[in-house]
Design a protein. Structure first.
Length: 618
């Protein structure tokens, strides 16, 4: 009997111990597994990037700074990481502006793919000192819809940090949880009945001897031990249920005292306000009955909450934001991204005007991004988005392109054995644009992998330039093909393309030879996208020829490391960036970079081909 009592105490203690140890682990198991997976992925990526940097650092200078290219494997030249593809100076400027002001409204502008979304994510992701959300702008504007979307997303972020836009609660998941708890309860009852049944059978065989007390069998001892285990597990399950109900009761009753608990209760209330409507019904009656007749009366009042309009939704959101910053003592960073994907330019103006109600709430910083390409397109259609954009915000931050060092750092982490001169070329030809930088590097690696041998850098450069020139010619022909008055221009472009393909040798010589034979078209009449592309062709070809001749010189490590070389690469990148603006700007930028390339070539003993850009500036 003493042994049975000891077993009962030990089993009960084990059950209580499971409350302290196993219970919390079980509740946090899913979260830990997800966090472990994210940590493993991040660790693997970081280790791979570090290994690539170490390999490049330990590569002899004759290879890492030589004029040969031998990078044939770069599986990560596809995406752009959050912490790698945005100008550090832009991030520093924006972070300082937010830190120095209690509230702000900031516009973020820049060409497509330059890193506006990445900049927003970097300001928000992984920070516990802010409540941050990034919301892609809707494709079509509906009054009040964006305000409600912002409202719900912030509430979800408070309940589930890092969630962003979450779907509504999964009802099937709740039913599964309920069925699981019912099943566990039935299992507890069945086990208890089974233990009592086995113990009752054993008690029928009990005997009494001369010694005081009862003599019990081993089966009874095992039943007592099983009962203790059952009791411990039952207490653990009951404790877990009561603990969760305690938190829910604290949220619902308003007894929660911590700022996080109060914020979560507030977020739940806001989600209920956004998802459901409230109907209140009051009913009263009176009846008087005598022997001869009956008098009765009844009053009923039903109040249904009306659908809030845009002004009501905006005011409710403003109050919610004030409560969040006051209770949580943390700023809110709200990012509205990708305004340029909206169909109508009028909708862009409407969105900016609709969120003005959220500007300058203490502790709230609003970031809105739109591409400069979209601004120019909207302006061409008669809606001056730039004026609205500039006037609505405290400041408009232009996302700067990457510098040569930032581009080199990015490629060093993404590709194996990628030489620094090749990085210079990718930076120059991409104009410091992160997405184009990755594409140029991927084209270099693809050619080297196909050839399966070490290639001169000049061959790789000419291949990438040729492919891009042919792609531009195809795009220009497609733009002009639908216009009847540009048939002759299309024929001239096709003839020039064929000449460029038939020529052999270095690309800058092929371009010069083709331009001596063929004439690029000149389109008169109204300005169209196709005519602008035709006007940009000549400076684009000139820039490609300058890039080709600059990287055709076989320099040594000491020459590549000169400050003048990096300066010329930066000017080539600036000229490439100007190609997306007006053709006149492209012509002037090409003239400026020509002088810089000429100085570099003279210092290295090279020779510059004759200029082809018209000196009149047309």
């Amino acid at each position: 009997m003493i042994l049975g009592g000891i077993s009962l105490l030990a089993s009960t203690g084990a059950g209580w111990l499971s409350i302290l140890e196993y219970g919390p682990r079980q509740r946090n198991l899913a979260a830990r597994e997800e966090a472990d997976q994210e940590l493993n992925d991040a660790f693997g990526d970081a280790v791979a990037e570090l290994l690539r940097e170490i390999i490049l650092e330990r590569t002899p200078e004759e290879q890492s700074w030589g004029s040969a290219f031998n990078s044939q494997y770069a599986p990560t030249l596809v995406g752009i990481g959050v912490d790698q593809a945005v100008s550090s100076s832009t991030y520093t400027e924006l972070s300082k502006f937010i830190a120095d002001h209690p509230t702000s409204a900031i516009g973020i502008a820049g060409p497509r793919g330059v890193g506006k979304s990445t900049l927003m994510e970097k300001l928000i992701a992984g920070r516990r000192d802010v409540v941050g959300v990034r919301i892609p702008a809707p494709k079509r504007y509906e009054p009040g819809a964006l305000i409600r979307l912002i409202h719900g997303t912030i509430a979800q972020e408070i309940l589930h940090p890092g969630a962003g836009i979450r779907a509504t609660a999964d009802l099937s998941k709740g039913r599964r949880r309920l069925m699981r708890r019912v099943g566990v309860g039935i299992l507890f009852v069945a086990i208890a009945i089974g233990i009592l049944f086995v113990w009752s059978i054993d008690q029928e065989k009990r005997t009494y001897d001369s010694s005081p007390g009862w003599r019990v069998s081993t089966l009874t001892v095992l039943c007592i031990a099983a009962g203790g285990i059952w009791l411990g597990l039952f207490i653990r399950s009951l404790w877990s249920t009561l603990w969760s109900l305690r938190h829910r009761f604290a949220f619902d009753s308003g007894l929660a005292t911590s700022s996080r608990a109060v914020l979560q209760r507030l977020a739940r209330e806001e989600l209920e306000y956004l998802r459901y409507t409230t109907t209140t019904q009051a009913k009263g009656g009176m009846r008087l009955k005598t022997g001869f007749f009956t008098l009765s009366g009844e009053d009923q009042l039903t109040l249904a909450e009306r659908e809030p309009n845009e002004a009501d939704s905006a005011e409710r959101l403003r109050q919610f934001l004030r409560d969040v910053t006051r209770i949580g003592d943390r700023p809110v960073i709200l990012g509205i991204d990708e305004l340029d994907k909206m169909d109508k330019p009028e909708d862009v103006v409407a969105v900016v005007n609709s969120i003005k109600d959220l500007f300058h709430i203490r502790g709230v910083h609003v970031l809105v991004s739109v591409s400069t390409d979209a601004m120019h397109s909207f302006a061409a259609r008669g809606v001056i988005v730039r004026d609205v954009f500039d006037s609505a915000f405290d400041t408009v931050v232009e996302v700067r392109r990457l510098g040569p060092t930032e581009s080199a750092d990015l490629l060093a982490r993404r590709a194996t054995a990628f030489s620094f001169p090749a990085m210079y070329f990718c930076h120059a030809w991409s104009g410091g644009h992160p997405r184009d930088l990755i594409r140029a590097a991927r084209s270099c690696v693809t050619l080297s992998a196909e050839e399966k041998k070490v290639l001169p850098l000049s061959v790789v450069v000419d291949h990438v330039l040729s492919e891009d020139i042919l792609a531009l010619l195809r795009a220009t022909v497609d733009r002009l093909r639908s216009d009847t008055h540009t048939v002759a221009a299309v024929e001239d472009l096709i003839a020039f393309r064929d000449l460029l393909r038939e020529e052999s040798g270095a690309l800058h010589n092929r371009i010069q030879s083709a331009l001596k034979v063929a004439t690029l078209p000149v389109i008169e009449g109204p300005v169209t996208e196709g005519s602008l592309m035709v006007q940009t062709l000549l400076p684009y070809l000139e820039l490609a020829a300058l890039t080709s001749v600059f990287f055709s010189v076989a320099r040594g490590p000491r020459q590549w490391k000169k400050e003048e070389i990096e300066q010329t690469v930066s000017e080539l990148a600036a000229a490439q960036a100007s190609m997306s603006s007006h053709p006149m700007e492209a012509i002037r930028a090409t003239r400026r970079v020509r002088a810089s390339v000429e100085r570099s070539l003279l210092a290295d003993g090279g020779e510059l081909p004759a200029p082809r850009v018209p000196q009149s500036g047309r």
